[in-house]
Design a protein around this ligand. Sequence first.
Ligand code: FCB
Length: 400
Amino acid sequence: MTHARHLPDGFLWGASTAAHQIEGGNTNSDWWEFEHSSIPLIKEPSGDACDSYHRWREDMDLLAGLGFTDYRFSIEWARIEPAPGEFSHAAIAHYRRMVEGARERGLRPMVTLHHFTNPRWFTERGGWAAAGSDELFARFLTAAAPVYATDVAHACTINEPNIVAVMATAQAEILSGKAVSFAENPPAPDGATTEALIRAHARAVETVKSLAPHVSTGWSLANMVCQPLPGAEDVAAAYRHPRLDVFLEAARGDDWLGVQAYTRTLIGPEGRLPVPEDAERTLMGWEYYPQALGHALRHSASVAPGTPLIVTENGIATADDTRRVHYTAGALESLAEAMDDGIDVRGYFHWSALDNYEWGRYAPTFGLIAVDRETFVRTPKPSAAWLGAAGRSRVLPTHA
Ligand code: FCB
């Protein structure tokens, strides 16, 4: 029996984006460089993306108009610090205008301080694993403080460090000529990168708090929802630990922890299993499995007990918007059940506000809002109105 479930007071209700995936022309980032090398994982370059570096006002007007009360977006290190120690006042002012612009529209900004991309110079000097990376990240956050010093309640230090550590291994494998398949068998995370990211997060929390004590800080983890077949519990735990739990453990005691879930990963006695033959798949090739969100919340709460959770990403790549509504309703149902069981969830951000550059290609459309690839005209899909409306009614949307 479904009953109307009201969002708790202050519950964040928003959509997420990331700078590189929507801004366009991020030419000083390491990703721009990957996109113009001959890596097979890259099907097309990001180019103009959604031109949101110029059209962010339109994006925010739409989200606020749809009913959302929160917007998660990221600032781009490569623009703010184009060369080591050289900071762009113009780029800092740009992101500051975005924070103020969000507030003017009634959107509370959640600012992600690092979402996958690095300045080229940072990657050239060895990326996260190189000595002093935490220091450099803290120096960037100090320079960028005017962006978040006021009007920002939540800052996400690093998006999906557990995937960043996997990408570090992938990069090394690609450079040595190995074929890497993310969908079927993602490489194991790089240990040195993992340690460096945990250090960088602690350092970032300290830095942000020293400059803006009111900002509530956390980081967002990709929760792959490992589900063991009977008898494979230990194999699943061993698989999950370096890929997720070590990062969840590092979030203990943070102000909040970001939960990002899309699908599940089945684990058999020999390890990771492929998506079952008969399962519905999304445009990412992932199993359609809306309940992943509830599982991810429960697992996060069990490893980092007492840390409030915020869903910072959840969504589906599909060309059929009715499947987006169906998926999201299922995910929200699993979220409501977790909350009923006492899991402390403080907000939900859908991935993504816009159809955008999905790290190598545009085909997997995650957006609530479609974007014309030539004119950049934005067209909200029915799912956008359905999900946004809950920001006004404060009632959790259910299956239509
Ligand atoms: C997450 C990323 C985000 C987007 C979604 C689909 O891993 O944080 O940028 O690519 O997946």
